[in-house]
Design a binder for this molecule. Structure first.
Ligand code: COA
Length: 249
């Protein structure tokens, strides 16, 4: 278990919370492993019928911990953890429906993981960015395949390549977000959605979700392709320069 990932269970909902508010819920390798374990646990528990991801007021997640990135880059790739891919694989293959409640920052994987969720509730204060290229990196989590499919080429390019910030309104318009509520109502609304999913007949829910999502082998294969390129980019001069710039602000 990891203190920065909190889990709880109620009413058939397995809640998984990013709990590192002092670092805007930036995700370390240990946190990815704890996330992967929590998703496995929820999928293996027949009483759990929905997974709910939450962050904190002002920060769903600032994405991958850049200090972790820098350590991998500076070690010449020797310090590589596969935990991030364990997590990404779990969200791609999860059989249980996944809901997210997003207030404030959703950066990098904080946004791309939402492409795998079935229902996303955002607050008016939410913002979505994926500054991969600014960091000398490339998209991950199968987002280079899923984003253009979901939101079209031009908008996917704005998000993934240009690093433009999406407001909750734009995110809802393009289909990244299901509903927008006030910041104060965010957690209740996300939990209500998760509970309502959990209360439905689970077999019918699972079959319906499988039909809607379809075959995921292309997403897994794209995730692996992205991971290979991402690993190479972590060693690039462009990336090292960006990490140093962030750490010496
Ligand atoms: N990795 C590591 N640490 C991070 C982080 C990240 N992704 N995001 C935020 N933090 C840390 C900051 O370094 C700071 O730590 P400190 O208090 O020890 O100095 C703390 O979280 C608070 O962040 P701060 O930058 O002071 O808050 P802010 O409101 O001014 O800005 C962000 C918040 C998220 C906009 C800014 O921190 C940022 O741009 N982070 C990087 C996001 C990113 O590029 N993620 C990777 C995507 S692939």
């Amino acid at each position: 278990m990891n203190d920065f990932i909190q889990t709880s269970k109620s009413d058939g909902v397995s809640s998984i919370r990013f709990n590192r508010p002092e670092k805007k819920n930036a995700i370390t390798a240990d946190m990815y492993q704890a996330l992967a374990d929590a998703i496995d646990h929820a999928n293996g528990d027949p009483d759990m019928r929905c997974i709910l991801f939450l962050g904190h007021k002002g920060a769903f997640s600032a994405g991958n911990d850049i200090t972790d990135f820098a350590q991998i880059a500076m070690s010449g790739g020797k310090r590589t953890s596969m935990a991030v891919f364990e997590f990404l694989q779990r969200i791609i293959i999860s059989q249980k429906p996944m809901v997210a409640g997003v207030d404030g920052l959703a950066i990098g994987v904080g946004t791309t993981m939402l492409l795998h969720c079935d229902h996303v509730v955002a607050s008016h204060e939410a913002s979505f960015t994926t500054p991969f290229v600014d960091l000398g990196l490339v998209p991950e989590a199968g987002s280079s395949l899923l984003a253009p499919r979901l939101i079209g080429h031009h908008r996917a390019f704005s998000l993934l390549a240009m690093g433009e910030k999406f407001s909750p309104e734009l995110a809802r318009e393009v289909g990244l977000v299901s509903a927008i509520v006030s910041s104060d109502d965010l957690e209740t609304a996300a939990m209500d959605a998760a509970r309502s999913i959990a209360a439905k007949p689970p077999e019918a829910m699972e079959i319906t979700r499988e039909l809607i999502r379809g075959d995921r082998s292309d997403i897994l294969s794209r995730m692996h392709e992205e991971a290979e390129l991402f690993g190479q980019r972590l060693q690039s001069e462009e990336a090292k320069k960006a990490f140093l710039a962030f750490m010496s602000r």
